[in-house]
Design a protein around this ligand. Structure first.
Ligand SMILES: [Zn+2]
Length: 189
């Protein structure tokens, strides 16, 4: 597992819960190897997160909410796997959301930021697993079809247009996870 290093400003404010979340998330990124990944604080309190892939550095906003969502941590770590980082997956924000959701159900605790899903934050938990499965299938489809995002958007549209979308709730299945917060994410992370 990559070695977690906090910048001095982050070390000064990081709660044990945040450090635990960072370690849990980082353990899901074996491709980052054993080298250090640095976690800093965003310069602007309006931002949820930022990534500097060449420096293996991400910045998070520990002030904005009660807890930094796993989704935000996962999204920023996924940027390190994109160019100009490890370049193992395609670049782009929507792509970053797709690969984050597909990686692990840990990252389903909040609605994606750039991949459009037709539900509000409160209802997201009912649809998160279904959306994650579609993301995983889109990544498989990409091997033979570069229009996999077009395919995914059509599938998401069809899914959310169904009259009786009834999926098991993520939090029914993960009782230890705290309930989600209804928040709006900054678009310019
Ligand atoms: Zn991003």
């Amino acid at each position: 597992m990559a070695r977690l290093v906090l910048t001095a400003p982050m070390a000064a404010v990081a709660t044990p819960e945040l450090v635990s979340r960072l370690e849990r998330a980082l353990a899901l990124f074996p491709e980052l190897g054993d080298e250090r990944v640095t976690i800093g604080v965003t310069a602007s309190r309006r931002l949820d997160g930022l990534a500097y892939p060449s420096e293996r550095l991400i910045r998070l906003n520990p002030y904005r909410r009660k807890q930094v969502p796993y989704f935000t941590i996962g999204h920023e770590l996924t940027h390190l796997v994109q160019p100009p980082g490890l370049a193992l997956i395609p670049s782009g924000e929507v792509q970053c959301d797709i690969w984050t959701l597909a990686r692990d159900s840990l990252f389903l605790d909040e609605k994606p930021c750039y991949l459009e899903v037709s539900c509000d934050g409160r209802k997201w938990r009912r649809h998160a697993h279904a959306v994650r499965e579609l993301c995983q299938r889109a990544i498989e489809i990409r091997q033979s079809n570069r229009r996999y995002i077009v395919w995914l958007r059509a599938q998401l549209c069809a899914y959310f247009n169904r009259a009786d979308v009834e999926q098991p709730s993520l939090f029914d299945m993960m009782p230890l996870t705290p309930p989600p917060r209804v928040t709006t994410q900054a678009l310019n992370r």
